[in-house]
Design a protein around this ligand. Structure first.
Ligand code: HEM
Length: 477
C-alpha cells in the first residue's frame, strides 16, 4: 500500500489550481533553515489532502547543496544518485543545454549552488496566492538565514492552452496504488516505485537511496525547467512551412502542420484517432478517448502521427516494438506538472519581446533514467526511431537547419526544413521531494519526525474548491 498521507501531493496528483508561484531559496544558516522548515511541514499538502485543499497547495523540495546546507550528514548525501549530486548545470551536454540554452545564460541564480530549496505554491486565485505569499514572506522575516533568491509566478492562460496554442496535460502515467482513476489507454498500470521511492519499480527493484528509512521512503525527485517559448517565431514557421506541405497556405494547412509536429491537434484530439481533420467532439471526450490509442498496429509507418511528432517521441507507447523491442518504454515515463508563465501573445500580434513560456516540473524516481533519457535520446536524437539526426521539431536543440520527416501515403515524404530552436531553457534545477515525515525529520535535525497537526482552513467552507467543483481547464497538469 502506498502511504499517501506521507507523500507530497504534487507527486501523485494533478494540479487543480490555476495560478501559483515557484520560490527558490538559499539557506545561509542551518538553524534558521530548520526553523523555517518546521513551520512549513504542517502546510505541506499530502496526496490524501490534495482533493480537500480548498485554497492552496504547497510542496517543498531541496537540491543536494540545500540538503547539505540544512545539515544532512555527508555520509547520507553521498548516497544520492550521481546526477542529483552533480546538479542540472553539470548535465548541460547530455540535456542539449548549449548555445542560447546554456546554463551560463540562465536567469541568475538558477542552475548555481546558490539554489537550495524550492517552495511550490499553487492557489485558487491571485488574491489567495498573494495572501499565502505574504504569510510565507512573514515566515522568512523571522528566519533571515533563509533567503529568497528567485521567484517565478505562473498561471494558466486565458486560452486554456500552453503558449503555442496546444492543449496540454492529457497524457499521464497510471500509477498502481495512487487511487487516481485510470482512463482508457492510460495504462499499463505502472509500479509505484517508478515515481515514489521506497517501493518496487517495474524491474522489481528499489531505487538506491541513503537512509531509506528516514530520507528516502515516500520521497521522489523533481526536475524544474523554465522553458522560454518563441511564440512569434513558431507561428511564422508554421505559416511558411505549411505552404510547402500542402501548397495552400490556408489556415487549415497551418493547423495540419501544427498537429503533425505534436501528434495531436491543438484541441488535444490525437492524430492516430483523427488523422485528417480536427475532431472537436473527440477532443471534448477527455479523459475517455484522448489517450485510447496505440501506434504499432494503428499507424506503423507514421502516416497519421509522424514518428518524429512530439508525443510519439516522448512516449512511443508500443511503437518501439517495431524497432526490435530493445527499449522498455515504460521505464522512461514521467509525471509532468507545472504551469505557463508570461502573458498570452494574441494571434497575429507581432513579437513583443516579452518573456513567456512554461515552467515544467518533471517527477520520477530516477532523473537519469526518466527525464534525462527522454531529453537526450528521444527529444534530441532521431536514431531510435530511424529518423537519423532529426530532433523534436517543437523543442529540440535545433539550430535553424533542423528537419522533420512527415510521411504521406503514396508520396515521397516531404521534409520540413529550417527548424529553429523555438524553445530555449532559462533555468532549472534538480530537487529531492522528501516525504512529509522526512521533512519533519530534516526540520528537527534528527530529533525524530515532527507531529503533523492540520492547519485550520482560513476561508469559509462554502467557498472551498474541491476536485468535483473544478472544471478541467485543459491546461498543463
Ligand atoms: C515548451 C516545451 C513543451 C511544449 C510546448 C510541450 C507540449 C506538449 C503537448 C502539446 C503535449 C500533448 C498533450 C498531452 O499529451 O498532455 C505534450 C505531451 C507530452 N510532453 Fe511535452 N511539451 C514541451 C516540453 C516537453 C519536455 C521537455 C518533455 C520531456 C523531457 C515533454 C514530455 C512530454 C510527455 C511525456 C508528454 C505526454 C505524451 C503522451 O503521454 O502521449 N514535453 N507536450
Amino acid at each position: 500500500m502506498l502511504e499517501l498521507h506521507d507523500i507530497q501531493g504534487s507527486i501523485l496528483r494533478r494540479n487543480l489550481m490555476p495560478c501559483g508561484t515557484y520560490l527558490f531559496l538559499r539557506i545561509d544558516d542551518a538553524a534558521d533553515g530548520r526553523r523555517w522548515l518546521r513551520e512549513l511541514v504542517d502546510p505541506v499538502t499530502s496526496a490524501t489532502e490534495w482533493w480537500e485543499a480548498t485554497r492552496t497547495t504547497l510542496n517543498v523540495g531541496f537540491t543536494h547543496a540545500g540538503l547539505a546546507a540544512l545539515g544532512v550528514p555527508i555520509s547520507d548525501l553521498e548516497g544520492f544518485p550521481a546526477e542529483f549530486r552533480a546538479d542540472i548545470a553539470a548535465r548541460r551536454e547530455k540535456l542539449g543545454d548549449t548555445g542560447e540554452s546554456s546554463p551560463d545564460r540562465w536567469d541568475r541564480p538558477l542552475g548555481t549552488p546558490d539554489v537550495h530549496a524550492l517552495v511550490i505554491l499553487h492557489a485558487r486565485d491571485e488574491a489567495t496566492l498573494a495572501t499565502e505569499c505574504a504569510w510565507h514572506g512573514a515566515l522568512l522575516e523571522r528566519t533571515p538565514g533563509v533567503v529568497p533568491v528567485y521567484e517565478q509566478p505562473v498561471a494558466q492562460l486565458p486560452t486554456g492552452t500552453e503558449h503555442f496554442g496546444y492543449r496540454d496535460g492529457i497524457g499521464e502515467p497510471a500509477i498502481e496504488g495512487s487511487a487516481n482513476p485510470v482512463a482508457p489507454g492510460q495504462g499499463p498500470l505502472l509500479k509505484a516505485g517508478e515515481f515514489v521511492l521506497g517501493y518496487p519499480d517495474e524491474g522489481g527493484e528499489l531505487a538506491p537511496l541513503p537512509r531509506l528509512d528516514l530520507l528516502g521512503r515516500n520521497g521522489s525527485y523533481l526536475v524544474v525547467r523554465k522553458l522560454h517559448q518563441k511564440v512569434a517565431e513558431f507561428r511564422a514557421f508554421l505559416a511558411r512551412e505549411s505552404v510547402k506541405l500542402d501548397g495552400s497556405g490556408q489556415p487549415d494547412a497551418v493547423e495540419r502542420l501544427a498537429a503533425k509536429l505534436v501528434g495531436r491537434w491543438r484541441s488535444g484530439a490525437p492524430l492516430v484517432l483523427a488523422p485528417d481533420r480536427d475532431d472537436p467532439e473527440l477532443a471534448r471526450d477527455h479523459p475517455e478517448r484522448l489517450n485510447d490509442f496505440r501506434y504499432r498496429d494503428e499507424d506503423p509507418k507514421g502516416f497519421r502521427c509522424p514518428k518524429g511528432a512530439h508525443i510519439r517521441r516522448v512516449y512511443p507507447r508500443d511503437a518501439l516494438d517495431l524497432e526490435g523491442g530493445l527499449v522498455n518504454v515504460q521505464r522512461h515515463r514521467m509525471i509532468r506538472r507545472g504551469l505557463p508563465y508570461g502573458p498570452w501573445l494574441p494571434e497575429s500580434a507581432p513579437d513583443d519581446g516579452v518573456d513567456r513560456g512554461i515552467v515544467f516540473l518533471f517527477i520520477g524516481a530516477s532523473i537519469a533514467r526518466q527525464f534525462e533519457f527522454v531529453q537526450e535520446v528521444w527529444i534530441n536524437d532521431g536514431t531510435f526511431a530511424g529518423l537519423g539526426p532529426d530532433k523534436d521539431a517543437v523543442l529540440g536543440a535545433n539550430d535553424g537547419a533542423g528537419t522533420m520527416t512527415i510521411p504521406v501515403k503514396g508520396k515521397i515524404y516531404p521534409k520540413i526544413r529550417g527548424i529553429a530552436r523555438f524553445v530555449t531553457v532559462k533555468g532549472g534545477g534538480y530537487f529531492f521531494l522528501p516525504s512529509i515525515r522526512a521533512l519533519g525529520h530534516l526540520a528537527t535535525a534528527g530529533a525524530g519526525a515532527a507531529e503533523r497537526t492540520p492547519r485550520p482552513p482560513s476561508i469559509p467552507p462554502e467557498r472551498a474548491i474541491t476536485a468535483a467543483s473544478i472544471t478541467d481547464p485543459g491546461g498543463p497538469p
